[in-house]
Design a protein. Structure first.
Length: 401
């Protein structure tokens, strides 16, 4: 298998806030140091729920890309693109739909959950039912190995793995597979070929998972020696009787964001308790200054309890041990006032946002920079997507000439 490739998408349905930063984007910035990363604007996904307000999507696309760049997503390390600019996603979605049992989609937990939650919208559409499959196409088309997702999206990755398995099972059986696979084994050279055969036997006869892993890494190391087609055959030959055309991705679980909002609930647009990523300083200051505190602290002389105060939750995200100690002591003894207590939080949020605002300014001043980053990213993504589609079309017998 190739090196780990990370893919993730985000829906453009409004401006990003500090909850997105602490929950998702910080993680993207870390991953780009370690993996080959693809991050995309999931505009078609946004249409599955916002089909009647496309103007929101249109407004959010470029702002969102600027937000990504602002937090430090680096176009020199990660490929950034827009889903609808790579129409191959739609083609793969369509082709996969031919082999997707409707019941699998109806059983994806987000399907019923979201319909119940978003009651103001009619989500009885074909597009909404199919959206996990579109997500599968997004992932499989890049042969991504790792997909960072929150807990709620794990079933989508599981679903994607099942679709990949089903596809390989149905279409991976080229005629003469066994002979071709054996010929490919020979190309490894006699020593490696012998090792491959041993590992394969150990896996198939004794179910030895370690042997399977060793065989896969053996193929990893031989990347330069064998063609893509032979590698797919050798991978498929290990586990079953067919060629591996689509790769099963792994979910990379991102810890749920505990970023509290201005009212102590989780920060979320629907609770109206957010601070946006690039919100201006005066507005941030005002929002925090007017945050509710422990309701028992009516007068300055009343003692308070940080456990009952949303400001304390922000201290837990932003403050060091000394400051937290100062809050605990000062609040419980009424030696500090709430405005005083909020100041270190205000300072910390502003300090966090400062480099974001500065980086964003560069792109706001020169929008062609952003356009170019995305157009390079789309081009790179399309090349990879086209490769996979060539294999998929061939496997499905669509190579008429
Ligand atoms: N479905 C994801 C969400 O709603 C966004 C998404 C679309 C995605 N395609 C993806 C995430 C592929 C990871 C990989 O948040
Ligand atoms: Fe909350 Fe700080 Fe006021 Fe205590 S002093 S109630 S922790 S804002």
């Amino acid at each position: 298998m190739h090196v780990d490739r990370v893919l993730s998408g985000m829906r453009p349905t409004g401006s990003l806030h500090l909850g997105h930063y602490h929950g998702v984007l910080k993680n993207w910035v870390e991953m780009q140091q370690e993996y080959e990363c693809f991050f995309f604007v999931a505009d078609w996904h946004a249409l599955t729920t916002h089909y009647d307000t496309p103007q929101i999507i249109e407004q959010s696309v470029w702002d969102m890309v600027i937000d990504w760049l602002a937090v430090g997503v680096d176009p020199a390390r990660a490929t950034l693109f827009i889903q609808s600019k790579v129409p191959e996603h739609a083609e793969l979605h369509l082709l996969l739909s031919m082999i997707t049992p409707r019941g699998w989609l109806e059983r994806v937990p987000t399907y019923k959950d979201q319909q119940e939650k978003l009651t103001e919208k009619d989500l009885g559409t074909y597009g909404f039912l199919g959206y996990p499959l579109l997500q599968s196409a997004d992932i499989l088309i890049y042969r991504a190995t790792q997909v960072p997702v929150g807990e709620d999206q794990v079933p989508h990755i599981e679903f994607t793995r099942e679709i990949a398995r089903r596809f390989n099972h149905i279409y991976g059986r080229e005629s003469g597979f066994e002979e071709k696979a054996k010929a490919a084994v020979k190309k490894l050279g006699s020593k490696k070929a012998k090792l491959y055969d041993e590992l394969r036997t150990r896996y198939q006869e004794q179910g030895d998972g370690e042997a399977l892993q060793s065989a896969k890494s053996l193929l990893d190391e031989q990347q330069s020696l064998i063609s893509m087609g032979d590698r797919e055959r050798l991978l498929g030959y290990l586990e079953s009787g067919g060629k591996m055309i689509l790769f099963e991705p792994h979910a990379m679980l991102t810890a749920a964001s505990k970023m509290p909002g201005l009212d102590g609930q989780k920060m979320s647009k629907s609770y109206n308790n957010t601070i946006s990523l690039r919100e201006d300083e005066a507005s941030v200051t005002k929002k925090i200054r007017t945050m509710p505190t422990d309701p028992a602290r009516v007068r300055r002389t009343d003692v308070g309890n940080p456990d009952k105060c949303p400001v304390w939750q922000l201290h837990q995200v932003y403050s060091n041990e000394d400051t937290k100690h100062w809050v605990q002591q000062g609040c419980r003894s009424a030696r500090i006032g709430c405005i005083e207590c909020k100041q270190p939080v205000i300072d910390a949020v502003l300090a966090e946002q400062k480099p974001m605002r500065e980086r964003a300014q560069l792109y706001l001043d020169d929008p062609t920079l952003v356009r170019n980053i995305i157009s390079d990213g789309c081009e790179k993504a399309r090349k990879l997507a086209a490769e996979t589609m060539r294999d998929v079309r061939e496997a499905m017998g669509l190579n008429y000439s």
